[in-house]
Design a protein around this ligand. Structure first.
Ligand code: ADP
Ligand code: MG
Length: 141
């Protein structure tokens, strides 16, 4: 599925819709360059789950857990992961195969431990279509 947005509000709205529709145990990966709108989209997902607190990039913690919504939200940013064993230490399986919604930024760095099925969300710019244009692709893997 491909959706085009033309403002941050539209991208957030798409995230809200995604968060409202998400089923427990869903794992998603989020791909896109710096400043493309990953946090905007993720903030929308959180809102869609009923989380009111702001979502920050969990850069120094690998995973940030939000329990406030209709299901737990596990927000991973594995950018600074050194070794895949760090994921074992965190106990990633409890999140990936639990009853919440897992979102993983920089998931390509932990490809070998991704579940068999997940939703891959890619956000891209196309400067020819305007500064605020984003192409958002959601694929079932
Ligand atoms: P990332 O987390 O991918 O590094 P952010 O979500 O923090 O990026 O920032 C995206 C930036 O792009 C914000 O400043 C936002 O206002 C801007 N922006 C412009 N157009 C869009 C759009 N269509 N969707 C999302 N963000 C947009
Ligand atoms: Mg971000």
């Amino acid at each position: 599925m491909v959706i085009e947005t033309f403002s941050p509000e539209e991208t957030e709205e798409l995230g809200i819709h995604f968060g409202k529709e998400a089923k427990p145990g869903t794992v998603c990966t989020l791909i896109g360059d710096l400043g493309v709108g990953k946090t905007v989209f993720t903030q929308g997902i959180a809102k869609g789950l009923g989380i009111t607190e702001p979502i920050n990039s969990p850069t120094f913690t690998i995973v940030q857990v939000y329990e406030e919504g209709r299901m737990p939200f596990y927000h991973f940013d594995v950018y600074r992961i050194g070794d895949i064993e760090e994921m074992d230490e965190i106990g990633y399986e409890d999140y990936f195969y639990g009853d919440g919604l897992t979102m993983i930024e920089w998931a390509n760095l932990i490809e070998e431990i991704l579940p068999e099925h997940y939703q891959q969300i890619t956000i891209e710019k196309d400067i020819e279509k305007g500064f605020d244009y984003r192409k958002i692709t959601i694929e079932s893997i």
